[in-house]
Design a protein around this ligand. Structure first.
Ligand SMILES: Nc1ncnc2c1ncn2[C@@H]1O[C@H](COP(=O)(O)OP(=O)(O)OP(=O)(O)O)[C@@H](O)[C@H]1O
Length: 551
C-alpha cells in the first residue's frame, strides 16, 4: 500500500482538487461530504460511499453521510465496537481492504444486501477518519474488484479523502461551537433586554419589541434626540419614560406634552413660557415646559402636529440650547434631553410641506420604531395576563380568561394597540363580575360597544382588514389645558407668511453638513443608501449635498 501518492492519473487529480474545494463548504458538512462521496463514485467507481461516525457519548458507529445508499441501508449501517469490518477499522485505527467480500467472514453484508450488489467480485475498502491523531469515524466504499486501478491505489486516494472529511468535520465543529457561543450571547442579551424592559414596566418578549428595547437601552445614556415612531397606543410615552429613567437624568424632571392636544394659540406659551403682561391675561410670569424640563427630559408627543412657526422655534432650541419666553428678549440656557414621538410618517409630512426638513434631520438622528401590537408575536398573551392581574388588583376581583377569550385576543387586530387591549381588559374585569370569567363573547361585546363594529356572530379572522374598527382609543388626559387666554401676539399666519414658511424648508442650512456626511460615512460612500438612512430621496440628498459644496 503506498504511503505517498503519485498523482499521475488525471481523474485522480480532479477528484482530489474538487474534494479539497469542499473544505470551504464546511459550514454545510452534509452537502460537502455528500459531494465528495458522489465525486469518488462518478470519477473512480468507489460506490456506496459512507462516512460512519460515533457521536459523542455513544457506543454505536453509524452512517451519518452517504452516497448511493437507500434510507433502509443507512438505517442498517450501525456497528458496535469491533463489530464487522467498519467496527474493526474504528477500533484499530487502521485501514482494511477486503478484495472479495464473499470470502470474508468478518464482512457482515449488513448495510447493503449482497443480492443488491453486482454478481461479479466486489471489494470493500475502509479507512479511519482522524482528528488530532484520534479515530473519529470510518470512510468505507464498495468497488468492483476487476478494475484497471489497483485496490491499493484506491486506498491511497481514500486516505486523502478521509483527511479532507476529517478537516470538514473539524472546521464544522469550530463553527458550531462559535455559533453556540453567539446563540448564548444573544440569549443573554435577550434576557437582559426583557429584564430591563420589565424594570420600566415594558412587557413583551417578541423579537420586534426586543429590537426596540435594545435600541432604547443604547440611546438611554447618550444625549441624542430620539424619535419614537409607532401607531397610537404602541407605548411611545412608555418608552420615553424608560429612556429618561435609564439615563443619568433620572433624578431630573420628566415633562410630557402632547402637541396635538393643546390648541395652537396656547401651545407656544405652554412650551416657551411667558413674561408678565406679554399678552392679555398674562398676569404673571410663567416658565414653559421646556424650561421646566431643565436637567431632565422633555417628551414631545405628536410632534408631527406642531405648526410650522413653532417648528422653527423648536429648531432654535435644539441648535442654541436656550429658550426665550414670550414677551422677553433674554435667552435662557436650558439643558434638556428631547424625545419626540409621532404616529405620522414625518418624511411624508416633509414631502407634503407640513414639516421642516431641517428639523426633521435634527429629530431623526436616532429613530426607534415601536411595532404595532398585531406584529408582536406572542406578546398579546403576556400583556393580556399582565393587564388582567392589574385590573383584578385594582378592582378587588379574581376574574380569569376562558380559553376562547385568550384565543380571540390573539386573533384580533388591535387597531388601538396596547392602550385598547388594556382598556378592553379593564372593562371586561368589571363586567365579568358575576361569572368571574372573561369569555370571547364578552370581549367581542366590549369591542363592539367601543367601536360600533359588528362581528356577525363569528369572531373576526386574524389580519382581516374588514375586522378593523375605526381607531377609537380611550385617550388618557395627560396634559391639562392651561386656563389662560390666547396670547395676542400670536395671530394666525397670513397666506404670505405660510408660503414663506413652506419655502424655508427648501433652504439648506450649514448645520446639515455633518448629518449628510455622517450618513454617507455610515453608508460607506453610497449616496442612495445615505439618502435612505435620512429618509430622503436620492434627489433631495444630492441637491443638499451640492448646495453645501460637499464632495
Ligand atoms: N410594552 C408595554 N407593556 C405594558 N404596558 C404598555 C406597554 N406599552 C404600552 N403600555 C401601556 O399602554 C398604554 C399606551 O401606551 P403609551 O401612552 O405609551 O402609547 P403611545 O404610543 O404614547 O400612544 P399615543 O400615540 O396614543 O400617545 C399605556 O397605559 C401604557 O402604560
Amino acid at each position: 500500500m503506498p504511503d505517498s501518492l503519485d498523482i499521475a492519473d488525471h481523474s485522480e487529480y480532479i477528484v482530489i482538487r474538487q474534494a479539497a474545494e469542499q473544505i470551504e463548504e464546511a459550514h454545510q458538512p452534509e452537502e460537502a461530504i455528500t459531494n465528495i462521496l458522489s465525486l469518488i463514485s462518478r470519477q473512480m467507481g468507489l460506490n456506496r460511499g459512507r462516512v460512519l461516525l460515533r457521536e459523542k457519548g455513544e457506543h454505536v458507529l453509524k452512517a451519518v453521510y452517504s452516497f448511493g445508499l437507500t434510507d433502509l441501508e443507512i438505517s442498517r449501517s450501525r456497528f458496535a465496537d469491533n463489530e464487522g469490518i467498519s467496527g474493526k477499522v474504528m477500533k484499530m485505527g487502521m485501514p482494511v481492504i477486503i478484495p472479495n467480500i464473499d470470502l470474508e467472514d468478518d464482512y457482515l453484508c449488513r448495510t447493503v444486501d449482497r443480492a443488491t450488489l453486482p454478481q461479479e467480485t466486489v471489494a470493500f475498502i475502509a479507512t479511519p477518519i482522524l482528528r488530532k491523531g484520534r479515530t473519529v469515524g470510518v470512510l468505507a466504499v464498495n468497488r468492483l474488484k476487476n478494475r484497471s486501478r489497483s485496490l491499493d491505489r484506491d486506498l491511497g486516494i481514500l486516505k486523502l479523502i478521509a483527511l479532507f472529511i476529517g478537516e470538514i468535520l473539524a472546521v464544522n465543529a469550530i463553527i458550531e461551537k462559535q455559533t453556540q457561543v453567539l446563540k448564548e450571547e444573544n440569549e443573554q442579551l435577550r434576557a437582559m433586554a426583557v429584564s430591563q424592559g420589565s424594570q420600566y414596566g415594558i412587557i413583551g418578549e417578541s423579537p420586534a419589541v426586543m429590537g426596540a428595547l435594545s435600541k432604547a437601552a443604547r440611546a438611554a445614556n447618550v444625549s441624542v434626540t430620539v424619535l419614537l415612531k409607532g401607531e397610537s397606543g404602541t407605548g411611545k410615552e412608555k418608552f420615553s419614560r424608560m429612556l429618561h429613567m435609564a439615563s443619568s437624568r433620572q433624578d431630573g424632571p420628566f415633562i410630557a406634552i402632547n402637541c396635538a392636544a393643546i390648541p395652537l394659540e396656547l401651545l407656544e406659551s405652554e412650551l416657551f413660557g411667558h413674561e408678565k403682561g406679554a399678552f392679555t391675561g398674562a398676569t404673571s410670569t410663567k416658565p414653559g415646559k421646556i424650561e421646566m424640563a431643565h436637567r431632565g427630559t422633555l417628551f414631545l408627543d405628536e410632534i408631527g402636529d406642531l405648526d410650522l412657526g413653532l417648528q422653527a422655534k423648536l429648531l432654535r432650541v435644539l441648535e442654541d440650547r436656550s429658550i426665550t419666553r414670550i414677551g422677553s428678549n433674554k435667552a435662557t440656557p436650558v439643558d434638556v434631553r428631547i424625545i419626540v414621538a409621532s404616529h405620522k410618517n414625518l418624511q411624508e409630512s416633509v414631502n407634503h410641506g407640513n414639516f421642516r426638513l431641517d428639523l426633521f434631520y435634527r429629530l431623526n438622528v436616532f429613530p426607534i420604531e415601536l411595532p404595532a401590537l398585531r406584529d408582536r408575536d406572542g406578546d398579546i398573551r403576556l400583556l393580556a395576563r399582565h393587564f388582567l392581574n392589574q385590573a383584578n388588583q385594582e378592582y378587588h376581583q379574581n376574574v380569569i380568561f376562558d380559553r376562547g377569550a385568550l384565543e380571540f385576543l390573539e386573533r384580533y387586530e388591535w387597531p388601538g394597540n396596547i392602550r385598547q387591549l388594556e382598556n378592553v381588559i379593564k372593562r371586561a374585569v368589571l363586567l365579568a363580575e358575576d361569572a368571574q370569567m372573561i369569555t370571547d363573547a364578552l370581549i367581542q361585546r366590549i369591542i363592539r360597544e367601543e367601536s360600533g363594529i359588528v362581528f356577525n356572530g363569528a369572531p373576526p379572522q386574524a389580519r382581516e382588514p374588514a375586522a378593523l374598527p375605526p381607531v377609537t382609543v380611550h385617550e388618557e388626559v395627560r396634559v391639562v389645558e392651561p386656563q389662560y387666554e390666547v396670547p395676542m401676539h400670536n395671530p394666525p399666519m397670513s397666506v404670505r407668511e405660510n408660503v414663506e414658511m413652506k419655502r424655508s424648508y427648501w433652504k439648506v442650512s450649514e448645520s446639515e453638513k455633518d448629518v449628510l456626511l455622517q450618513a454617507l460615512e455610515r453608508a460607506h460612500g453610497n449616496k442612495s443608501h445615505a439618502a435612505r438612512m435620512l429618509n430622503m430621496t436620492p434627489r433631495q440628498y444630492n441637491y443638499r449635498f451640492k448646495k453645501l459644496g460637499l464632495s
